[in-house]
Design a protein around this ligand. Structure first.
Ligand SMILES: [Zn+2]
Length: 249
């Protein structure tokens, strides 16, 4: 059987744009020229993967928008889209702002530091928030991922406001993501924050890279469901069934 390395060597004589999407996924890319980027940001999060975090100052943010606008002007030219078309005149700037301030804003904002409250009544049952909006962008195509997230937990010493869960989801979603990692990251963060006895994070989302590209059967295939269970929800099947029943639509 051929190893991944052999495959890389074999395909090196071919330019990436000549490969199919599947072949592209198997291709190892030499990223050694990116080594000068710092590995971690001020919060200890790994940086230059698509969903790493790097909080920007207002100044850095506007510089980033300016640089991006220039690049999107070049992209328009390569795509032979004239900015004399009044609908496209300011499109490069709009796209630049959209990426920095909306689609990837979680990446450029510091992480939420929600207040947690003591669990005074010693609540020992599932607390569930469902229908939390998930608006993200897939790391593979930069196309929207749109859906909803359900979070359930059994508290230990602390509880958290439900609106804070939405903020945590939004912060992790607003960057290039793959859905599997999104669920894990949300779960890790809540575990760190609350140390709950049980935690479940279920995400149902549509991936517009499938729909927009017209991939065959994309309406069904684009719906992805991921589930992350921690603590008692991982071990106790009855509890897990109760949780899954309660978050059913
Ligand atoms: Zn995609």
């Amino acid at each position: 059987m051929k190893s991944k390395k052999d495959k890389t060597k074999e395909t090196l004589s071919v330019l990436p744009h000549q490969l199919s999407d599947e072949e592209l996924e198997d291709l190892d890319v030499d990223v050694s020229d990116l080594e000068h980027f710092p590995a971690k940001n001020q919060y200890g999060y790994k940086l230059f993967d698509a969903n790493g975090n790097t909080a920007l100052t207002e100044q850095e943010r506007s510089e980033m928008v300016g640089q991006l606008e220039q690049k999107f002007i070049e992209i328009s030219e390569i795509l032979r889209i004239s900015r004399r078309d009044p609908n496209c005149t300011h499109t490069p700037l709009r796209i630049a702002r959209m990426y920095v301030n909306e689609l990837f804003k979680g990446r450029y904002n510091p992480p939420p530091q929600p207040t947690v409250f003591p669990n005074r009544k010693k609540v020992d049952e599932l607390i569930i928030s469902k229908g939390i909006e998930v608006m993200s962008v897939c790391s593979h195509h930069f196309q929207p991922i749109s859906g909803e997230c359900s979070i359930g937990y059994i508290p230990n010493d602390y509880v958290i406001g439900l609106s804070k869960l939405s903020r945590i989801v939004d912060w992790f979603a607003r960057r290039g993501q793959i859905q599997e990692e999104l669920g894990e990251q949300i779960a890790d963060y809540i575990v760190e924050l609350l140390q709950p006895k049980a935690l479940g994070v279920v995400i149902r989302a549509r991936h517009y890279c499938m729909i927009a590209r017209g991939v065959k059967g994309s309406e069904e295939k684009s719906l992805m469901i991921t589930s992350v269970m921690r603590g008692e929800l991982l071990e106790d099947m009855n509890l897990r069934n109760e949780f899954l029943k309660l978050i059913e639509n």
